[in-house]
Design a protein around this ligand. Structure first.
Ligand code: AHM
Ligand code: MG
Length: 339
């Protein structure tokens, strides 16, 4: 093995090169992406040191979804608010941790972008040292050029297909930043010795088929007939090629999605008889992952329509999510239709 020629393309140089290649680029989106990358470096350090710095455990508060807020959730939310606020590039932001839209500071009200964020996804895994992540989707304001005087959630009711960029960070055995601006998916690994994200996964494409399915099987008594029959088919007859399938479920969307993107497979958090819309949130969980998967050659559906086609009418709206390798998602849809 040759360990002497590592990639020297940093996230910063990659983003700046893309900016130079585009005649219409103003550099504003680069500022947003670099601010998010800075935030993820800070949060990555927080995640690594959480046990030592007494940052594990609950705050005692509940978030807008009625879930217990962990100290690290709150920390990550504050970090991203601070770095994005300083970038001067967003006019409003939605965070899983905040009930209402967060408005930009005075002076930034003419900015072009709105951002949806899950600052720290997979909260139930924080205390047990299992991979967690950050997810974001960026949109252009439909009413660009006018000032907003107060937060307006309707700016976010555009539909995932309008995202101009989306990405996630996984805080795993290494920290990776994966993003797309609609021209392919690129993965960068944080080199903690120099504090830089280095390009390690250029133009990521997901396999058209896979042998891993990922879902919370404890919900199976409430699944639709189509979902139950599809999972049973994977267990008994394998994937569309007849290859034997295995089940893997971390319970952090970012971790389960990252594996699915790299290895192929299918992730499902379907709607069921108890929770018609499943569990995951559209703006900052489903839509960003859908943009990434489509750019990588995979598919994302709610079971009824493409995730990217859904237009939400609530900033914390939930949606079923079935996402992954093209052939597997298509087969899932066949089972839905015919059951
Ligand atoms: P969170 O944003 O509060 O952490 O919840 C979202 C997480 C996802 O990361 C994961 O896919 C899902 O919840 C797991 O849910 P469950 O425990 O019901 O399987
Ligand atoms: Mg989440």
């Amino acid at each position: 093995m040759d360990f002497t020629s590592p990639s020297t393309i940093t996230l910063q140089s990659f983003i700046r090169d893309a900016e130079r290649r585009s005649e219409s680029s103003t550099g504003d989106l680069s500022k947003v992406l670099l601010a998010i990358a800075l935030g993820t470096k800070v949060v990555s350090q927080g995640v690594n040191r959480a046990g030592l710095a007494s940052m594990l455990g609950m705050t005692g508060e509940k978030n807008v979804q009625g879930e217990d807020v962990q100290q690290l959730d709150e920390y990550a939310d504050q970090v991203f608010n601070a770095v994005l606020g300083r970038s001067g590039q967003f006019v409003s932001m939605v965070s899983e941790e905040r009930e209402s839209v967060i408005s930009a500071a005075r002076g930034d009200q003419f900015s072009k972008y709105i951002i949806a964020f899950d600052p720290l996804d997979g909260s139930s895994n924080i205390d047990v040292n299992v991979s967690i992540g950050t997810i974001f989707g960026i949109y252009k304001r439909e009413s660009s050029g006018t000032a907003v005087s107060e937060s307006d959630p309707s700016e976010f009711f555009q539909g995932g297909k309008n995202q101009i960029a989306a990405g996630y960070t996984i805080y795993g055995s290494s920290t990776m930043f994966v993003f797309t601006t609609g021209e392919g998916v690129f993965g960068f690994t944080l080199d903690p010795t120099i504090g830089e994200f280095i390009l390690t996964n250029p133009d990521m494409k997901m396999p058209e088929n896979g042998t891993v399915y990922s879902c919370n099987e404890a919900n199976s008594p409430n699944w639709s007939a189509g979902t139950s029959k599809y999972i049973e088919k994977l267990k008994t007859s394998g994937n569309t090629q007849g290859e034997k399938c295995s089940h893997r479920y971390v319970g952090s969307l970012v971790a389960d999605f990252h594996r699915t993107l790299l290895k192929g497979g299918i992730f499902l958090y379907p709607g069921d008889s108890k929770n018609k819309s499943g569990k995951l949130r559209y703006l900052y969980e489903c839509a960003p992952m859908a943009m990434i998967v489509e750019q990588a050659g995979g598919l994302a559906t709610s079971g009824e329509e493409d995730i990217s086609e859904i237009v939400p009418n609530d900033i914390h709206q939930r949606s079923p999510l079935i996402i992954g390798s093209k052939e597997m998602v298509e087969e899932f849809l066949d089972f839905q239709k015919n059951s």
